[in-house]
Design a protein. Sequence first.
Length: 331
Amino acid sequence: MDPVALARQLVDIESITGREAAAAEFLARHLEKLGYVVERMPVAEGRFNVIATPPQNPSPPLFFSTHIDTVPPFIPFREDDANIYGRGSCDAKGIIAAQVAATEQLRHSGTECGLLFVVGEERDSLGAMVANEHARGSKFLVNGEPTDNRLAVASKGALRVEVTAYGKMAHSAYPELGESAIEKLLDALQAMRAMEFPHNPDIGPSTMNIGIIEGGRATNVIPDFAKAQILFRQVGPSEILRNKIVTAVGNRAQVEFVLDIPYMRFRTLPAFNTMTASFTTDIPKLTNWGEPLLLGPGSIHVAHTDREFLSKKEFSEAIELYVRIAKELLN
């Protein structure tokens, strides 16, 4: 198989989270043509994970895994002598192609592995949560995210928070007759920004990103509603951070925790370069699929940007590294 050709075909199929069906179906048919037994595992209406196993072994000891979905906007494939470009080139359709190529190499050398490609990683890990209820008894899970081809020692978790403030509408000429929800929200956000964030010596501090703010009716109306969506990258148990947030917000607004992905530590192998990941993965939602390792080609610094790309050299090296990891773990 030609891994770059597979990456090209995958990148050119839009699969923004929630709209993964076309890419997932293409991938399933491609794997069937290669001779794998393929399961389309329903996740939600029109959405499914793809699981591929060798014909005579529905429960191989090691699965390679990553995600089919991408962030918006869709960016079509292009390439030059050095790189491939486009949405998903490194996060994570190039990784899919590298894992398929590695699995093929292993199969032809007598080592059987499985493939697990899930939907929804970029939003809520829904595909991983469904897959975790149908694990195949594997001993190892090699997950792919852009780590510059280094094995991750650990990854930060994620705590997604919604903070909602309520007020009282009034004419803006008479603000004393109303109560501004936006001002309440701003005060709550400033108090959160002033918190002392947890720090882990192995991976650094927790961080906070105010991603979305909404609210208000019009410039001449005192706002009765305001809401912020915030993402913390956490470096330890979430309870401490949750308590800090609730205390900081106080009675200014309501706090809802809508997603909690824990900080994780991973297995490494001798003679592999290592890193720590400030991003989250599906691994915390795939605990039934075996001991996790995390490695993939490409840089997280260009993922989610309009300049996303993957070096062809790194792409080729990733295939070799995946083969090497499988052989070291299984032999």
